[in-house]
Write a protein that binds this ligand. Structure first.
Ligand code: GTP
Ligand code: MN
Ligand code: MN
Length: 610
C-alpha cells in the first residue's frame, strides 16, 4: 500500500477532506508513488519529462509532445453528466444516474495506476480573491506527468489553494486515470473510455485518455461542465465557453469589454488574441482576457461582470501565422515554456510545423516527422494527409500573451458591455446584428448553430445547433438553462447588449466574403458605438445591422457584391431557418415562455417583410 500521508505531509497539505479524498482514490487506483505538485515544480517536472521522452525539445524553453494516435480530441459520445436527479437530463448532456457512473468508473480505475505515480494537483479556476472563488478550487489526481505540466500552464496550481478554504469540503474532486491507451477500443462498440462529471457530488471521473480536452480536468470538466451546474445550483453565476476581450479607443478614452461564444474551432482564440487592424492606425488597443471560458455574474452596481477562470491558452495550431494571429506566435516563442501537441516535428533541428504556419511545408523534408512520428521522406507519393493533426494545439500561459490585459488577474473581473454569439455559417447570418431585448438575446444564443462539417450529416441548410456554444459542456436541461440565463442577466439593472456575428459567409466559389481575423474588430467597434447610441444602424426582423457608412471600412479588401451580402438579410433563407428553430426548441423541456414569445416575434416580423 502506497504511503499517502508522508507525501501529503511533505507538501504541507493539511486540509483533512483533501487528505481523505487522496487516500480514498489511491486505494482504488493503486499507484506506486504519490506526489503533490505545485507551479514551483515545473522546471523539475519538465526535465523529468524530457528524460523520460514524454516531451521532446522544440527550441529554447519550448517543448513538443504527441498523444496516442487514437487519442487526439475530446470524445463527445463518451462524455456524460451524471446526477441523482433525472430532471437534470437534457438533450445534449448525456445524462446518467450518478450511482451507476460512480460504480462503473471506480471499477475501470481499480488498480489502473499500478506502477505509476499519482500526482496530486491542487488548483484554482479563478483569479485569487474572485467573488466566485468558492466554486473554483479543485484537486486533480492524475497518473500522467504531461497532464501535470499542462495543468500548471492552464490553471493556478499550488497546495495553498485548497488549504485555506472557508469550507474545507468545497473543492472539486477530479480523478484522471489514463488507462491502457492501446487496448481501450477507442471509437468501437467495445469502447472502454468514460468521461463523467458527477455534478451534484462535484466529482469528475475521467478514464481512458491523456489528451488535453479529456484530461485537463480543471479546464473543461470543472471550468465548464461542473461550473455550469454549480452556477445554477447556487443561483449565482453562468459558466460559458466564451472568449473575453477589451477594446480601448485611445482618442476618446472609452473602454468596452465584450465576451461571447462560438462553437469549438470557430474562432474564439483568434478573436480574443486579435490586434487592431493596421489600417485603423494606432487608435485602438485590444486587450486579451480569455479565449475559451468566462464565468459571469451580476455585481453590486447592477452590471454584469466577467472573468476568465483559466491561467493559460490551449489553442488550435492550424492556420496560426504572422498574418492571421501574430499575437499567438509571440506567446509561444523562445522561453515561453509552450508545449506543442501533435504538430509536425523535426528531431534533428527541434523545429515544429503545422498546416498554415507557412504557405508551404519545409522544402527540405530531411528529419521531419508527421504528428504520428512517421518520417515525411518515407511517405507514399500519393499521401496528401496533413503533417500536423488538424486538432493539434499549443499550450501557453496568459502571462505570455503580449496583449494580455493589465488587469487580467483582477479579482473583481470586468464589466461586460456586450455578449456575442457566432458560428460558421456560409449564408443567412450577416456580419453583425445587434439585439437589444434580453429574451431575444437569450433566444439567439439558444438557437446558435454552425454548419455541420460534412454535408452528409444534415439536410441542406440545416445547422448543427450548439446553444450558447455549450452543446458539449451543457450540464443540465436546455430549457432550465435558458431560464437561468434570463434570471442572471435579467437581474442586471445595466444590461449588456447582445449580438450575433458571422465571419464565415462564402461565395459560390468558396471564398470568404469577409476577410476576417483582425478585421473582425470593425464589427465589434460598430456594436460598441451602437450600444453607446453613437450610431443607429438599420432595424431588420432579426436585429439591427450596421449601415455601410457606420462601419469603419478603410483599408478593407472586399468587393461591392460581398459587402452588400454581408450587410443584408436573406428573408427566404431566414424563414426556412425559423422552421428548423421551432423543431429545435420543441426538443427541449421547460423552455421559458419569454423565449417562445421572442421566437414568434422574430417569425412574425420576417413574415411581414416577405
Ligand atoms: P476551440 O479552442 O476548439 O474552442 O476553438 P476556437 O473557437 O478557439 O477556434 P480558433 O480561434 O482556434 O479558430 C479555429 C479555426 O478558425 C482556425 O483554423 C482559424 O484559422 C479559423 N478562423 C478563426 N477566425 C477566423 C476568421 O475570422 N475568418 C476565417 N476565415 N477563419 C477564421
Ligand atoms: Mn473550446
Ligand atoms: Mn480556442
Amino acid at each position: 500500500m502506497v504511503d499517502v500521508n508522508t507525501a501529503l505531509d511533505e507538501a504541507g497539505l493539511t486540509n483533512p477532506r483533501v487528505r481523505e479524498y487522496v487516500a480514498h482514490w489511491a486505494a482504488i487506483t493503486q499507484p506506486d508513488r504519490v506526489e503533490v505538485v505545485g507551479a514551483e515544480d515545473d522546471a523539475r517536472l519538465i526535465q523529468e519529462a524530457l528524460d523520460a521522452g514524454e516531451l521532446l525539445p522544440a527550441g529554447e524553453g519550448r517543448y513538443y509532445s504527441r498523444s496516442y494516435y487514437k487519442d487526439t480530441a475530446r470524445s463527445e459520445e463518451r462524455t456524460v453528466v451524471a446526477t441523482s436527479k433525472e430532471d437534470d437530463k437534457g438533450v445534449y448532456n448525456n445524462w446518467k444516474p450518478a450511482a451507476e457512473m460512480t460504480e462503473l468508473l471506480t471499477e475501470r480505475m481499480r488498480g489502473a495506476s499500478a506502477g505509476k505515480t499519482m500526482y496530486v494537483i491542487p488548483y484554482l479556476m479563478a483569479p485569487p480573491g474572485s467573488p466566485l472563488e468558492a466554486y473554483a478550487a479543485g484537486v486533480e489526481l492524475t497518473d500522467s506527468r504531461p497532464v501535470v505540466l499542462h495543468m500548471i500552464r492552464m490553471s493556478r496550481v499550488g497546495a495553498s489553494y485548497v488549504d485555506n478554504l472557508e469550507d474545507p469540503d468545497s473543492f472539486v474532486r477530479a480523478v484522471h486515470v489514463t488507462g491502457d491507451l492501446e487496448n481501450l477500443g477507442q471509437g468501437t462498440p467495445e469502447d472502454q473510455r468514460y468521461f463523467a462529471t458527477v455534478a451534484d457530488e462535484r466529482t469528475i471521473l475521467h478514464y481512458g485518455s491523456s489528451y488535453g480536452g479529456n484530461a485537463l480536468l480543471g479546464k473543461i470538466a470543472h471550468g465548464l461542465r461542473q461550473a455550469c451546474y454549480d452556477g445554477r445550483a447556487s443561483g449565482a453565476f453562468l459558466a460559458e465557453q466564451f472568449m473575453l476581450l477589451g477594446i480601448t479607443d485611445k482618442e476618446t478614452g472609452k473602454r468596452w469589454h465584450i465576451c461571447g461564444g462560438f462553437p469549438s474551432a470557430s474562432g474564439k482564440t483568434n478573436l480574443a488574441m486579435t490586434l487592431a487592424p493596421e489600417a485603423l492606425g494606432d487608435r485602438y488597443h485590444v486587450e486579451f482576457y480569455g479565449d475559451d471560458i468566462a464565468w459571469l455574474w451580476v455585481g453590486d452596481d447592477g452590471r454584469v461582470y466577467g472573468m476568465n477562470p483559466e491561467n493559460g491558452v490551449f489553442g488550435v495550431a492550424k492556420d496560426t501565422n504572422e498574418k492571421t494571429n501574430p499575437t499567438a506566435l509571440d506567446s509561444i516563442g523562445e522561453g515561453s515554456g509552450v508545449i506543442f501537441t501533435n504538430v509536425a516535428y523535426n528531431p534533428d533541428t527541434h523545429e515544429v510545423w503545422w498546416e498554415g504556419m507557412t504557405k508551404n511545408p519545409p522544402e527540405d523534408v530531411t528529419g521531419w516527422q508527421d504528428w504520428k512520428g512517421d518520417l515525411i521522406s518515407e511517405r507514399a507519393a500519393d499521401d496528401t494527409s496533413p503533417w500536423a493533426h488538424p486538432n493539434s494545439r499549443f499550450t501557453t500561459t496568459l502571462a505570455n500573451v503580449p496583449n494580455v490585459a493589465g488587469d487580467f488577474e483582477a479579482p473583481a473581473g470586468v464589466p461586460i458591455d456586450a455578449i456575442i454569439f457566432g458560428g460558421r455559417t456560409s449564408d443567412r447570418e450577416p456580419l453583425v446584428r445587434a439585439i437589444t431585448d434580453l429574451a431575444e438575446g437569450v433566444y439567439d444564443g439558444l438557437t446558435l448553430g454552425a454548419e455541420a462539417t460534412f454535408a452528409a450529416e444534415g439536410v441542406d441548410g440545416q445547422l448543427r445547433y450548439d446553444p450558447m456554444s455549450m452543446r458539449p459542456f451543457m450540464a443540465y436541461g436546455e430549457g432550465d438553462y435558458a431560464a437561468h440565463w434570463m434570471k442572471i442577466i435579467g437581474a442586471a439593472t445595466d444590461r449588456p447588449i447582445f449580438a450575433h456575428v458571422n465571419w464565415f459567409q462564402r461565395g459560390d466559389d468558396g471564398h470568404f466574403r469577409w476577410p476576417g481575423y483582425r478585421e473582425n474588430l470593425r464589427a465589434l467597434l460598430w456594436l460598441a458605438r451602437f450600444k453607446d447610441g453613437e450610431v443607429t444602424g438599420r432595424q431588420t426582423p432579426v436585429g439591427v445591422l450596421p449601415t455601410e457608412e457606420e462601419l469603419e471600412l478603410d483599408g478593407v479588401d472586399i468587393t461591392r457584391e460581398d459587402l452588400d451580402i454581408i450587410l443584408t438579410i436573406d428573408n427566404e433563407r431566414w424563414r426556412q431557418e425559423m422552421g428548423f428553430r421551432e423543431a429545435h426548441l420543441k426538443g427541449f423541456d421547460r423552455v421559458p415562455e419569454e423565449i417562445w414569445e421572442a421566437h414568434r416575434r422574430v417569425s412574425a416580423a420576417l413574415d411581414a417583410e416577405a
